[in-house]
Design a protein around this ligand. Structure first.
Ligand code: MN
Length: 132
């Protein structure tokens, strides 16, 4: 058993522009020990902030805990999500997630590693795509 204490690692700023647009803070929650491949964290997006388009090799679950956000998979509509909503992105499904234009959003992210990585960052979400 491993207890990871709250705020035991420093907050990280999203490495814009490769990963995020706008102000994003990432706080690690826990990382499972092998053979677990799960890592969890909290991502806090300021209004207007979002990820770039990206994929996860084993998919990703996000649980929205505060605010109001937008999520979209390639070829699908931009959907609005709020506290208590959970979104699962399929493995290798191209998608983005972020805050709405005028309200911040916080989600927990649950992501599995495959061959040492859990994400492939792709292209920025354009302002037109973000506007829906
Ligand atoms: Mn994702």
């Amino acid at each position: 058993m491993k207890i990871t204490r709250n705020a035991s690692t420093a907050s990280m700023t999203g490495r814009t522009p490769d990963n995020f647009s706008g102000a994003v803070r990432v706080d690690n929650l826990s990382n499972g020990a092998p053979p677990s491949r799960v890592g969890t964290g909290v991502v806090t997006f300021s209004p207007g902030a979002r990820t770039v388009w990206h994929t996860h090799p084993a998919g990703q679950t996000i649980i929205i805990t505060a605010g109001k956000g937008w999520v979209q998979r390639e070829g699908g509509p931009r959907d609005e999500v709020g506290p208590g909503d959970t979104v699962f992105f399929d493995a290798d499904e191209r998608h983005w997630h972020g805050a709405t234009a005028d309200t911040g959003m916080t989600h927990i992210a649950i992501t599995e590693m495959v061959d040492g990585k859990n994400v492939d960052w792709l292209d920025p979400v354009t302002d037109d795509q973000y506007a829906g």
